[in-house]
Design a protein around this ligand. Structure first.
Ligand code: SF4
Length: 354
């Protein structure tokens, strides 16, 4: 059985032709799957009976199963999804930010092992396929009745998207396909912790999403302590890659900065951060920590966050402070974890894979 959920339009055309049918039917099929969220071939009424029968015996459209759906008091919804092999991931719907936003996973777990992140605690279990990445969007949009509305995607769920580069890029092409959801790259934000060679590769892509970089510190020493990848690609390497990254007019790189009380939240850190970002078209998103059991850091109080933000703003940086969403259902940044999936040492994985 061929899984049509993972095929780009061109691949779908080849497949339809291999069944002895005309290529243009692939567009109809793609539209059914991606624009209308229909996966049952019998319901695809503008396809001929022969083609529907052939599809029924030769193809499938895989869709993860919703194991759990939690709705926060602020409207955020967390979906726990089970893949065909039983592995589970989480996807989050964040309403009105100001658009509707889906936070999508690219891996089961994550190898990067950031010290403040529950997903990092899982280690990398496996990469998601393009079918599994895009299926999260299709499933959430269909469930929430948003298939024909505009929404944004942030690749900030479980995993480091650039550590699963090919599947992530294929997923972006599939979501961008005009016959399907036609999601403009401006509506997609890819977040990386700083895999420098992959950032340079991304810079060559014809389809360029917005870039967010998880910086989280203003000195090499602090970053090295909380982001293990900094030992391979230093903060300066990451900043240099950002300076090389081609940006369209009026676009900026979003630097995410998780604020950890007593670790990276001093006035001195703020002043250093201004220097680090000098010469980069930057905006800074301050993320006061979402404290959780097992995470050995505290959230700074609001006064500290505000003073830190003020120093950045006074020196000309664009700054936003995240209003945390979905904390009551553990759907906030750094809180995505699916228990019991075979834990590995993140540090070991990282050393072996990079
Ligand atoms: S913060 Fe992002 S890159 Fe770091 S461990 Fe968590 S999911 Fe991975």
């Amino acid at each position: 059985m061929v899984d049509l959920a993972g095929l780009e339009l061109k691949e779908l055309e080849d497949f339809v032709e291999s069944l002895g049918h005309r290529r243009f039917h692939a567009k109809q099929l793609y539209r059914w799957i991606w624009k209308r969220g229909v996966t049952d071939f019998a319901q695809m009424t503008n396809l001929g009976r022969d083609l529907r029968a052939a599809l029924g015996t030769a193809a499938t459209v895989s869709t993860p199963e919703v194991v759990r759906r939690d709705v926060s008091e602020d409207g955020t919804q967390k979906f726990v999804l089970r893949m065909a092999d039983g592995r589970q991931i989480e996807s989050v719907f964040i309403p009105d930010t100001p658009a509707q936003t889906f936070c999508v996973s690219t891996q089961v777990g994550c190898a990067m092992g950031c010290a403040f992140c529950l997903t990092g605690r899982m280690g990398l279990v496996r990469n998601l396929s393009a079918a599994e990445i895009t299926a999260q969007v299709r499933l959430l949009a269909r469930t929430l009745d948003l298939l024909d509305k505009s929404f944004n995607i942030v690749l900030m769920g479980m995993g480091e998207p650039l550590h699963n580069y090919d599947a992530t890029m294929k997923a972006l092409r599939m979501l961008n396909e005009p016959v399907g959801l036609a999601l403009h790259p401006k509506r997609i934000t890819l977040s990386t912790v700083g895999l420098v060679p992959m950032m340079d590769k991304l810079a060559q892509e014809p389809l360029m999403p917005n870039l967010a970089v998880s910086l989280h510190a203003a000195t090499e020493e602090t970053r090295g302590a909380i982001v293990p990848l900094n030992r391979k690609y230093s903060m300066q390497d990451v900043i240099d890659a950002c300076k090389r990254f081609p940006l369209a007019k009026r676009r900026r790189i979003m630097f995410e900065y998780v604020m950890l009380a007593g670790v990276n939240d001093s006035n001195e850190d703020a002043r250093k951060l201004v220097k680090v970002l000098a010469g980069v078209k930057a905006k800074v998103n301050l993320l006061p920590l979402n404290a959780a059991a097992g995470i050995p850091f505290e959230r700074p109080d609001d006064a500290r966050v505000n003073e830190f933000a003020k120093i950045l703003v006074d020196r000309g940086l664009m700054v936003s402070v995240r209003k945390s969403r979905g904390r009551d259902i553990r759907a906030a940044c750094g809180q995505l974890i699916v228990e019991g999936q075979g834990r590995q040492s993140a540090a070991q994985r990282l050393a072996a894979e990079l």
